[in-house]
Design a binder for this molecule. Structure first.
Ligand SMILES: Nc1ncnc2c1ncn2[C@@H]1O[C@H](COP(=O)(O)OP(=O)(O)OP(=O)(O)O)[C@@H](O)[C@H]1O
Length: 324
């Protein structure tokens, strides 16, 4: 759906994107993450056709962003991190204006405005002016403007900033709903726990280069870190009965035999996360050893690694690679 190849972008005296290549699948929701100044906003602006790269190619739905920006805009919604609203237009007018400028047929505009206002919880605010809205309400109007033309690709730069916890929850729901309708989303945020709720992929960028780009499967996560020579998968282990803390930990560590403990909770009251061998036979041996050691295993199930853990792990791996 989005294809970027060898993209280079420079601000005067500063290379912000340095040979970025990536492919984003249709229907995916990609978390665009990275430290301040990594190049996330610049990448989004280039994909949206708002900044002209020095070199490289960007295609959205097969259309060249540099050569056919108008066509691309009909398929694309974009929410900037510093968006502006027209203070002299009511919310209805703002949405009508966006719809018309994005090519929605005049006969469809009123229905689209009603629909998007309902989706974003703006139905009671349609007659107000942006200056009469709270920051979170203005943010919702800006998101409504970005999706009023039903784009197939939506780029959102820090969409949840300024929203209260309820509104953030509603936003997560909206993103899941848009994905279910087949929309492709790219969302940048520094709040990884939030992205975790709805993202299918993580795209990590650092100093203008892609650090990693991975799918976040619903099932177990594969890892082959510097610490573990063999690939391993993340599991959650539940214990049926509380054990003496010291004894429990000793037993567990004895049974672990090289397995990496991700998140050890000494109380045993919540599942313990473990990196287990990817090979089934090795996992079966490990489990048999655990039971023989007297650990009352209640459940062992694959889990998805939390986004912030994955991000930290990838960043660490990249740092290890850089070090001689
Ligand atoms: N208008 C500009 N002129 C010069 N340099 C700029 C300009 N805008 C951004 N930069 C620089 O380009 C780099 C990438 O900036 P960008 O805004 O894309 O990063 P970001 O990953 O979105 O950061 P943040 O998480 O802080 O929003 C940074 O080093 C930044 O200082």
């Amino acid at each position: 759906m989005i294809e970027v190849s060898q993209l280079v972008f420079e601000y005067p005296g500063h290379r912000a994107l340095d040979g970025v290549s990536l492919k984003i699948d249709a229907g995916s929701v990609t978390a665009l993450v990275g430290p301040n100044g990594a190049g996330k906003s610049t990448l989004m602006r280039c994909i949206a056709g708002l900044d002209q790269p020095l070199s490289g190619q960007i295609r959205v739905k097969g259309l060249s962003v540099q050569e056919q920006p108008r066509e691309v805009h009909r398929h694309l919604g974009y929410l900037s991190d510093f968006y502006g609203l027209y203070d002299r237009l009511s919310v209805t007018r703002c949405l009508q204006y966006s719809a018309l400028s994005m090519g929605v047929a005049e006969s469809q505009v009123a229905a689209r405005v009603q629909q998007v206002a309902a989706q974003l919880g703006l139905a009671d605010l349609l007659q107000r002016y942006p200056t009469e809205l709270s920051r979170g309400q203005r943010q919702r109007v800006a998101i409504a403007q970005a999706i009023v033309h039903q784009p197939s690709v939506l780029l959102l730069d820090e969409p949840a900033s300024g929203l209260d916890p309820d509104a953030r929850g509603q936003l997560s729901q909206l993103f899941r709903h848009l994905q279910a309708q087949g929309m492709t989303l790219v969302v940048s945020s520094h709040i990884l726990s939030e992205l975790d709720e709805y993202c299918s992929h993580i795209l990590s960028i650092r100093s203008g280069r892609i650090e990693s780009h991975e799918a976040l499967q619903a099932g177990p996560t594969l890892s082959a870190t510097a610490q573990a020579a063999e690939p391993s998968v993340l599991y959650a282990l539940e214990i049926a009965a509380p054990l003496q803390t010291a004894g429990f930990e000793a037993l567990l560590r004895q049974a672990l035999q090289g397995v990496t403990l991700q998140d050890f909770d000494a109380s045993g009251s919540r599942p313990i996360q473990l990196w287990l061998p990817a090979a089934r036979a090795a996992r079966a041996d490990w489990l048999a050893g655990l039971v023989q050691a007297g650990i009352p295993v209640a459940a062992l199930a694959p889990v998805r690694e939390r986004l912030q853990d994955r991000y930290a792990r990838n960043a660490q791996a990249a740092q290890n690679q850089e070090q001689p």
